[in-house]
Design a protein around this ligand. Structure first.
Ligand code: ADP
Length: 183
């Protein structure tokens, strides 16, 4: 499918991902999958103790892996938990691992036949990934996945901060006019 057609299925929002009513929200987890700060803490607080109980059965996840649970008290039906990379210097495989986090999350969406998914800016908080690069990896990976797998899903990037929302807005606009390097 045409890239510009696929872009119509990529949406951005500013706000709190725990309020999303999509088929799944993605959690920027840590490898224990037992909760933490940032978006992870917010998701566990809203979902309630059932989420932690199910997460205890999963045995953790490596950076770049993804595992799915139910959504419990969240409006979303499922939570996809993926630990992104911890950013060191940019030469330690960070981009590959961040790509895997998005790719493996999309794969779970496909396997579960989901129609909509909401992503936070994985690794762009405490894990320290530079925000411009985290944005382009996120958008490029979901578009590549849809194209390669011939799978259409409505993808929402839910950005907590205004400046990150504007970053995604600008990057997506640059793809719409076919200038990938304008970020
Ligand atoms: P990581 O450890 O992967 O960096 P963080 O939770 O520290 O994860 O941050 C990831 C991103 O999620 C940051 O951009 C942060 O501003 C954002 N964030 C924090 N809380 C929420 C929330 N409730 N909804 C959406 N995004 C959030």
């Amino acid at each position: 499918m045409d890239r510009k057609e696929l872009l119509k299925h990529v949406h951005i929002k500013q706000g709190d991902i725990t309020r999303e009513k999509t088929d799944a929200i993605v959690n920027a987890a840590n490898p224990t999958l037992l909760g933490g700060g940032g978006v992870d803490g917010a998701i566990h607080r809203t979902a309630g103790p059932g989420l932690l109980e199910e997460c205890r059965t999963l045995g953790g996840a490596d950076h770049g892996e993804a595992k799915v649970t139910r959504g419990y008290n969240l409006p979303a039906k499922h939570v996809i938990h993926t630990p992104g990379p911890i950013y060191k210097n940019g030469y330690s495989g960070e981009k590959e691992v961040l790509t895997k986090s998005y790719y493996n999350s999309m794969l779970l969406c496909k396997e579960n036949n989901l129609k909509s998914v909401s992503f936070p800016a994985i690794s762009a908080g405490v894990y320290g990934y530079p925000k411009d690069e985290a944005c382009s990896v996120a958008v490029d990976t979901v578009l590549n996945f849809m194209e390669q797998e011939n799978y259409i899903i409505d993808v929402y990037f839910v950005l907590f901060d205004r400046d990150n929302y504007e970053r995604y807005e600008k990057y997506i606009a640059s793809l719409q006019i076919g200038n990938k390097n304008s970020i």
